[in-house]
Design a protein around this ligand. Sequence first.
Ligand SMILES: [Zn+2]
Length: 265
Amino acid sequence: MAIVPGEQGGPARYTLRAGEHRLDLNARLGQSLELHWTGAIACTHCGRATKKSFAQGYCYPCFKKLAQCDTCIVKPETCHFDAGTCREPEWAERHCFQPHVVYLANSSGLKVGITRGTQVPTRWLDQGAIQALPILAVVTRQQSGLVEVLFKEEVADRTNWRAMLKGEVETLDLMAERDRLLARLDSGLGQLRERFGIDTLRVLDEAPVAFDYPVLEFPRKVVSHNFDKQARVSGTLLGLKGQYLILDTGVINLRKFTGYEVSVS
Ligand SMILES: [Zn+2]
């Protein structure tokens, strides 16, 4: 599922890829939608059929072999490239040794996150954030992880997806939060600059961005659908937020089922 920001502050646009087809999900709001998993899963990396999906879309051999499936991607502060044990040093050069951004977002309250510079604003839309503000630019993924660890002393790094889906999220003054956190974490940031060089952690002066999602009605109680338990998921499409479809029968996180062969009607 591809999500792009709406034009002129309008709701985000959702497109579902189904085989060769591109389905405009915004146009299906208020209508019935049926998703049917055929039982097949294809690895998103190598295309091989797999009985089970690992790390949201990979076959087991890829999961064990690829650098992008290593635990250091989720916990970049544990980067082990310098120890010579990176699974794919060339991939790391292209993905980890690239500028990253540390941001504040508001998906279910204030959170900190990191992303490669090129992944903005996709990352925020994926999380269902209603606001986001890039606050620091760093030179590598490992540095972004170390900064995130520091910020985690003060703010969450995860989204409470139930709260996000219920739409009960107050807007925040992200610039004030940024200034407060930067002041509070000043000595920790100073230590990282001493370690990596004075120019490596650059404070950004950007304006916050806001996102709107196409939702007719937020669920009062969040029940989730799961293809592994029930191959057919149907209902009236009430909304789209983050990687979730909100149906009157429950919600489904499509990211979780990346690689699943699904027919849509
Ligand atoms: Zn594979």
